[in-house]
Design a binder for this molecule. Structure first.
Ligand SMILES: C[S@@+](CC[C@H](N)C(=O)[O-])C[C@H]1O[C@@H](n2cnc3c(N)ncnc32)[C@H](O)[C@@H]1O
Length: 235
């Protein structure tokens, strides 16, 4: 089992890694070989939307996911400015630990944090690997993006609240998958049961995504919630 990155963050400012974060780590670990085959000898452009503390981006950098070499460039896109700082700090902390332990780890990978709403600033069909643990909790509304960095509660609410069925943010990403990913690209996206992922996938298949493989990678009961990670790629 691959080690979980060290995290030291202020959870008044960013989302604290939880069962959902760990399920995504386990899903990526399960698919290590699959990803390595798919991106063998290629330079991969990796993007995590909503890195929060940086746990998943750091894990991918440390383990050279998706390639087995150092041939990836990592982007971290978060609407929360604190999350971008936290992600840089987490990568730095784990680099220092890797150096202390003489592990190759994350030494030379490139990481670019960008404060952005989802992938709105991205050119079409550029991302090879997309990872997203979205705000998936059903809520009446999505909080409005704060004017000021100091409005901590709202930034943290933005990490959780997903509007109707918890799907308003995730739906925006799903609708763009075809234009976000490279032809060979893959996305890992987390859902909770209240998002009704089976219905979402059926509807995607009937509406323009019939030539996509959409597969459950891992699911797990977390308290009273059931979480699932699905993998999206073109057939
Ligand atoms: C559930 S947290 C996941 C954090 C981290 N990836 C993890 O797994 O622990 C969701 C993240 O998405 C970010 N987020 C929410 N809405 C966003 C948007 N419209 N654009 C970019 N990031 C967004 C939040 O700020 C938060 O960092």
């Amino acid at each position: 089992m691959l080690p979980t990155p060290y995290i030291k963050c202020d959870y008044d400012k960013v989302y604290e890694p939880s069962e959902d974060s760990f399920l995504l780590l386990d899903s990526l670990e399960k698919d290590l070989e699959y990803l390595a085959q798919k991106f063998k000898n290629k330079l991969a452009l990796v993007c995590e939307i909503g890195p929060g503390s940086g746990i998943i981006t750091t894990f991918m950098i440390q383990n050279h996911i998706p390639t087995t070499n150092n041939n990836s460039v990592y982007y971290a896109f978060d609407i929360n400015p604190w999350a971008l700082e936290a992600t840089l700090d987490t990568v730095k902390l784990n680099r220092a630990k890797d150096n202390d332990n003489n592990n190759a780890g994350s030494k030379s990978s490139l990481l670019e944090p960008v404060q952005v709403d989802l992938t709105s600033s991205w050119r079409s069909n550029q991302i090879d690997l997309l990872v997203f643990n979205p705000p998936y909790v059903p809520s009446e509304t999505i909080p409005t993006r704060p004017e000021r960095k100091e409005e901590l509660d709202t930034w943290v609410d933005l990490a959780l609240e997903g509007g109707k069925d918890g799907m308003e943010i995730t739906n925006r990403v799903l609708a763009q998958l075809d234009t976000i990913l490279t032809p060979n690209g893959i996305a890992y996206i987390l859902f909770c049961a209240r998002n009704k992922p089976e219905e979402i996938i059926k509807s995607m298949k009937e509406n323009g995504y019939s030539n996509w493989n959409i597969e459950l990678v891992k699911n797990r009961k977390a308290g009273w919630e059931v979480l699932s990670v699905y993998r999206f790629s073109r057939c």
